[in-house]
Design a protein around this ligand. Sequence first.
Ligand SMILES: Cc1ncc(COP(=O)(O)O)c(C=O)c1O
Length: 446
Amino acid sequence: MGTIAIREPLPGPRARQVLAEQADFLPAALASSLPTVVAEGHGAVVTDVDGNRLIDLSGGFGCLAVGHSHPHVVKAIQQQAERFLHTDFSVLPYASYIELADRLAKLAPGSSPKKVALFNSGAEAIENAIKIARQQTGRPALLTFEGAFHGRTMGALTLTSQPSPYKVGFGPFLPEVYRVPFPNPYRNQPPQQLTAQTLETLERMLHTAVDPRTVAAVVVEPIQGEGGFVVPPSDFLPALRTFCDAHGFLLIVDEIQTGYGRTGTFFACEQYGVEPDLLTIGKSIAAGLPLSAVVGRSTIMDGIVAGSIGGTYVGNPVACAAALAVLDVFESEKLVERAQLLGQRLWERLSTWQQKYPLIGDIRGVGAMRACELVLDRETRQPAPQQTAAILQDAARRGVILAKAGIYGNVIRFLMPLVTPLEVLDEALDVVEFAFAEAESNRGSR
Ligand SMILES: Cc1ncc(COP(=O)(O)O)c(C=O)c1O
């Protein structure tokens, strides 16, 4: 007996009813395209309103490293909710905020003493990293990358690269943001010289576009998430660290998607031996509750002007309780090691699919952060966004929830909970493979 159970073809009658009401009450821009509506979720499994059981390989876009409704996290939330829901830490402090800051500072890569500020969302962590970098350097400019995704609030959105759909009609954006190509080994040739080329472009920009004396920081994802799980060459992040040190720029590393074990180490930076000046964390930090953090060198964080950062809900006590429970689960269930195991299993399957299905132009990733890029032609590498969307729909109807990514919308990324049992992952991947075979045969029969 497998985990998946499709009792009613998706969307079932109850889901159809709910989805139909979307049109009456939600702007079309917010409507979900998945043919189902969730009733509950546990681990990697969700049950929809019609009693269908599906496997969730999207993990709420990477927020659910500990899975849906982990009992330890739920208990911590319940206990905290019974004690108090909110005070505003700056009015009336609570111990869980400080305990979480202590644990995050110790987990952050590098040996320098660190301090932590908590916020609500990933974008808000980025906004505050920008503010701290500008305030502490007294400089306005930021350097960032093509394909980057750092969130949807105005500062974060300025750093975000993709114009459509994220930036459509929302400008003007922050001034003094300069962007260079991200080293993408699949789309830039030859891959061997990518780091050198990128660093050369950055250096040249300091002569052609921006005065280095005005640059506060470089902002980078160690592996691009929304941009399509693009893994730069392994010497890229260390080279960026050297570049920042040489010019006196801060290095802001955005681990909102790569953090919390996703890449097989707690933070991706650990694999590159790089210590950021400011590190942003979000997503899996509180198992889906809104919470994020900026972890920075104490020398920087201690200089922040009192009262200049904060917010009503930042570091909410229920979210802090959840975040502490998440860290406990990481230790007790060895989730970093599990990420390696899941990633290995996934990689084996992706490798066999690449041989069977010409649609798959590239497979890539680190740890459990793996993806495949779909193309119409392996020679030209022309993106295949329609086939990608069709595979997502087909997989959902067969009982597996997937997420897509990539500046061309042609990457399938795997963000399953790290608690997913191997046999459940195998079952889900069998379904995804059916969807691939279907997409290939539809191509053939056109
Ligand atoms: C790398 C990265 N940074 C920032 C964000 C923004 O986080 P949020 O959606 O919580 O604002 C995301 C979200 O996908 C992300 O992947």
